[in-house]
Design a protein around this ligand. Sequence first.
Ligand SMILES: [Zn+2]
Length: 193
Amino acid sequence: MTGRTHDAAALTALIGATILYPPQTLTLATALIALLANQIGGIAPDIDQPTAPFWRNLPAEGFFGKIFDKLLGGHRFLTHSLIGAAILAWLTKLLLQFLHPIMPHIDITIVWYAFVIGVASHLVMDTFTKEGVPWLLPIPFKFGFPPVKSLRITTGKFVEAVIIFPGLILLDIYLLAEHYHALHAFIRSHLGA
Ligand SMILES: [Zn+2]
């Protein structure tokens, strides 16, 4: 999947989770940081792919990408597995706990959940691609859905660009419109609009 599809999928998952499990209290600052964390989580697993969108967004892409290629083993490896996702989540928790004193009003639990939801959405979306995802590393088998490879999506090609990405955006718009009153109340109570 391309970076923008992962971004859209992470956002969709976050909106869905917020609708299913509305946070009891949510400040605007926490919502914005959570949104950012969600989008970072949505592309974070691609740090193990030197040619992936995550690295193309950095200035010295080739350089860092090659280093991580050596460290992590190239295509869809450690961070595309449950154990790698757990490590990412754990490291992010440590980072948030470290940063909490300088942003004491931010609910880091909500931010952390938003990040983890982004990471989870990434692995799920990549599972629909031809390459598959090594969910159960160190068991070196890549899982895909549907199990028949030829029925899966080729990254960056027609189905992703014309159906998956616009479909996710439409789904987001639908979900937000469906819960417009909750969204409006939230914005109004925080911005006085
Ligand atoms: Zn990926």
